[in-house]
Design a binder for this molecule. Structure first.
Ligand code: CDP
Ligand code: MG
Length: 834
């Protein structure tokens, strides 16, 4: 009904019209400010007095008085018995000895690089030193310190700790802000936030007006956001000569950062940790009563120059080692520890690490070793959950009166997080299963034993095939050292590396920076929306720049989905995408869902894709779980629609207080569904604020029951993630343009079908394991692909047809071109008659 010219022009107009409703574009989503904590006005959290501009004398007086108040408050706390005790603890940290040197260096230099062992007090102390010295200098009310953390959980945990050390509640002088959540008050002067939040602030405030100190923490991790932030800050510093930048790193590779900032001074905090004994697999097996059969010496990997060659050689070597170890473990038998024997040889399978070995080591520690918490490093959320299930089935480890078993990973709820830091009751052993996030940014005080599986799930990116891979890979020497160090915090510790010494020797010194191993689409969008000029030029100024091919792929992708135009400038769609804190494809889905008035199901799909799959597939009940999932599919050949139904069913069950049973019965994760639920709410705020959904929410669900339209919107988001479907006699052949033959994961509802009566599948993600696998998929028709696949907002229908041409030819479907022209004619007529 709303068609005016072409579908494409309609969309462009629509967005443009929405845009003119607000004054100037970049302030659009953040134009409101109030003191609540919703995401919609989170950027309001940063609003504050600008100390640079001359203020009226009244204002000055108020600020001065406030600064004095803050000083008195601080003194009162420090004199109280509780405060005294806290102060004593803080003074015992290694960072305290360097306090004066640090503050002096910061006042004299615009950039300072600080390094020091994990736990020496960088994150909790240094920002406080700055805050205290500002308060002492009566600038307490005007300073504004931002400290970035790579992960939300550390931003939250650290701010809470710092507030406690200052005898305050969160939201007084200390606050935090992470995506979709935050606590900050009017007087907050020290804000812990994720790196992403600071980048979003730069979007609306290029000069970080009013900010006096920026502290970038954990730079040694070389995360993509951190590397990106450093380029932006490096260019910002000359414009803000009074702004101070402190970079903090847990390892001693400070020179790299120092030279990037023209030889900025480095300060090292000498640490104290208790000695930690390392047990490599050889010893571990001896301890657990097994013998490691000798494995063949593995050849040295050479001195190849290019990193690509090195990577290849390393990969080869790693697989040699893996098979050697597998041979060795074949004789190991873990049955006496209560493990299922079934996967006892899967120790070095790339997808799982030796659960039984871990179980055996944990039993050993619990039974024979001194008291102290155990920290186990796993590869990811899935592994942690499966291991937890296995351990709970163990008669000893599963006994809650003896063992407190906890998980620790990035996406868990805050209430659960807190448990990790608490001391268990006497006689109860705390075991924390964690991802590599517990390496540096989280400190669990009472850890005495560390079990290190030697792997971490790392995204890597195959630029040649334009395929992201997510595989558990061996960690670096630096990570292994960090992991080991976690055992020596309170007393001498013990580390069990579940790999032989020779594997350790083959580790690289440091991990490859994320910027060099992930797709760059979101980043490129951000570069454009921050108006940082040409994408390639900008990225060439990074600490280590990504390969030109990766950059080209990302730009190409953004053009295909219609976020960038031919001149590489942001389109209207691109601008909206850059404001939504989700991947471009998910953002596009949200926008289309709002425009085509089928928002509700799309909110669920997008939330599901950005949290994780709520469908569980327990190791030993895979079949039951898969058939439970396929019930939700109702033969509509879509994992995404199955998710929508599962979520809606859960909502209904929740209303009758039977949500938990519903999940249990259907192999769904209640926790994930709750996360999806809350993310949906945040998306609504976000869309309302960008002006894409009207305040009273009136029309945006008019077509929410129209399954074909939902399919079309999913297709709009996921394109060009398409594969063709050819039904053969006994099987289905799936093909994408880049990879040729591809497969479906077995838990996809389409993976269980004998026939798919649609010519195309759109998919969210493909992962290269051995073959290329597609994760969730939705079947779509020719018409849907023709009208919604690609860049219809830009070139109109003709341009779109040209774009699709390559696909049509490749998949031998030239007939679609005429279908397409027919459709166009029909539309034209329709419009004409209207
Ligand atoms: O950042 P860095 O690794 O250098 O250390 P930190 O996070 O500032 O922690 C310094 C010390 O504070 C740790 O050694 C812990 O003893 C203590 N801490 C704590 O008790 N509770 C927390 N949530 C965080 C730190
Ligand atoms: Mg730290």
């Amino acid at each position: 009904t709303g068609l005016q010219r072409e579908v494409g022009a309609l969309l462009g107009d629509y967005l443009a019209r929405k845009q003119t409703n607000r004054e100037s574009f970049p302030h659009l989503p953040f134009s409101r400010s109030s003191s609540t904590d919703s995401f919609a006005n989170d950027e309001g959290l940063f609003e504050q007095q600008d100390p640079q501009t001359p203020t009226s004398t009244v204002m000055e007086k108020i600020l001065k008085r406030r600064s004095l108040q803050l000083r008195n408050q601080q003194q009162a706390w420090e004199e109280s018995p509780e405060g005294q005790r806290m102060l004593e603890f803080r003074r015992s940290l290694p960072a305290y000895k360097e306090k004066q040197a640090l503050l002096e260096a910061i006042s004299r230099n615009q950039v300072v690089v600080v390094s020091g062992e994990t736990g020496c007090g960088k994150t909790t102390q240094l920002p406080q030193y700055i805050l205290e010295s500002e308060i002492d200098a009566a600038r307490g009310a005007t300073c504004s310190i931002i400290c970035t953390q790579p992960r939300r959980i550390s931003a939250m945990a650290v701010s809470e700790r710092v507030a406690a050390e200052r005898g305050e509640k969160l939201g007084e002088s200390v606050g935090y802000k992470v995506r979709l959540e935050g606590i900050k008050g009017r007087d907050t002067r020290l804000l812990f936030c994720t790196t992403g939040i600071l980048l979003r602030r730069l979007l609306i405030d290029r000069n970080l007006k009013g900010v006096t100190h920026v502290i970038v923490d954990e730079i040694h991790e070389r995360g993509m956001n951190e590397d990106f932030l450093l380029i932006v800050l490096k260019e910002l510093l000359p414009r803000r000569p009074e702004l101070r930048l402190v970079l903090m790193s847990a390892t001693l590779n400070a020179e790299l950062f120092s030279s990037y900032f023209h030889g900025a001074p480095m300060i090292h905090i000498p640490g104290f940790t208790y000695p930690v004994r390392s047990n490599f697999l050889e010893n571990v097996l001896e301890i657990t009563g097994h013998r490691l059969t000798p494995y063949n010496q593995i050849d040295d990997y050479g001195q190849e120059k290019s990193w690509k060659m090195q990577k290849q050689a390393l990969r080869k070597r790693k697989s040699q080692i893996a098979s050697a170890v597998e041979d060795a473990l074949e004789t190991a038998d873990f049955r006496e520890y209560g493990s299922r024997t079934r996967d006892s040889l899967s120790c070095w399978n790339p997808d799982s690490i030796g659960f039984n070995l871990i179980e055996a080591v944990l039993c050993h520690i619990c039974r024979k070793e001194r008291p102290g918490a155990i920290l186990v490093f796993m590869t990811g959320w899935d592994d942690i959950n499966s291991l937890k299930d296995q351990l709970l089935a163990n008669p000893f480890l599963g006994d809650p009166s003896k063992v407190l078993l906890l998980a620790c990973h990035g996406s868990m709820a805050s209430s659960e997080q807190r448990l990790i830091f608490d001391k268990p009751e006497d006689g109860v052993r705390k075991i924390v299963l964690a991802t590599n996030m517990a390496e540096t940014s989280i400190t669990i005080n009472d850890v005495v034993f560390v079990v290190d599986c030697g792997k971490a799930k790392e995204t890597s990116y195959d630029a040649l095939n334009n395929t992201p891979c997510l595989l558990p890979t061996w960690i670096s020497k630096a990570s292994a050292r960090q992991r080991r160090g976690r055992a020596g915090r309170v007393q001498p510790g013990e580390c069990y590396h579940l790999y032989p010494r020779c594997v350790y020797d083959a580790f690289t010194d440091y991990q490859l920076p994320e910027l060099l191993r992930t797709p760059l689409q979101s980043l490129c969008l951000q570069i454009k929306s921050l108006r940082l000029g040409s994408i390639s030029d900008f990225l060439s100024r990074a600490l280590q720049s990504p390969e030109p091919l990766s950059i080209q792929n990302a730009i190409e992708y953004l053009k295909v989905i219609g976020a960038l135009d031919d001149k590489e400038e942001l389109t209207v769609l691109g601008r909206y995408l850059s404001m939504l804190p989700v991947e471009p494809k998910l953002g596009k889905m949200l926008i289309y869902g709002a425009i085509f008035n089928c928002l509700d199901p799309i909110l669920t799909v997008v939330a599901g894709l950005s949290v994780r799959d709520p469908f569980l597939t327990p190791f030993d009940k895979r079949d039951l779980a898969d058939s439970a999932k396929s019930q939700f599919s109702c033969r509509d050949y879509s994992d995404h629609l199955a998710l929508v139904r599962a979520y809606e069913g859960w909502k209904d069950a929740e209303r009758e207080h039977s949500g938990y049973e519903y999940c249990w019965k259907n192999f769904l994760s209640a926790q994930t569904l709750k996360a999806i639920d809350s993310l949906r709410k945040q998306f609504i705020f976000l869309l309302k604020d960008t002006g894409l959904v009207d305040e009273n929410f009136s029309t945006c669900n008019k077509w929410s029951r129209d399954e074909n339209l939902i399919r079309a919107v999913i297709c709009a988001g996921l394109y060009p993630g398409i594969c063709s479907v050819v039904n053969k006699e006994k099987s289905i052949a799936l093909k994408t343009m880049e990879d040729g033959q591809v497969m479906l994961y077995s838990n996809s509802v389409n993976g269980r079908e004998a026939r798919i009566p649609y010519p195309w599948l759109v998919f969210n993600e493909k992962v290269k394991v051995n073959s290329v696998f597609l994760r969730d998929s939705t079947a779509v028709s020719d018409t849907v692909l023709l009208l919604f696949g690609g860049n219809i907002t830009q070139g109109g229908l003709d341009g779109h047809l040209k774009m699709l041409g390559g696909y049509l030819e490749f998949f031998m479907r030239p007939d679609l071109a005429s279908t397409y022209l027919g459709l166009k004619r029909e539309l034209d007529e329709l419009l004409h008659n209207k």
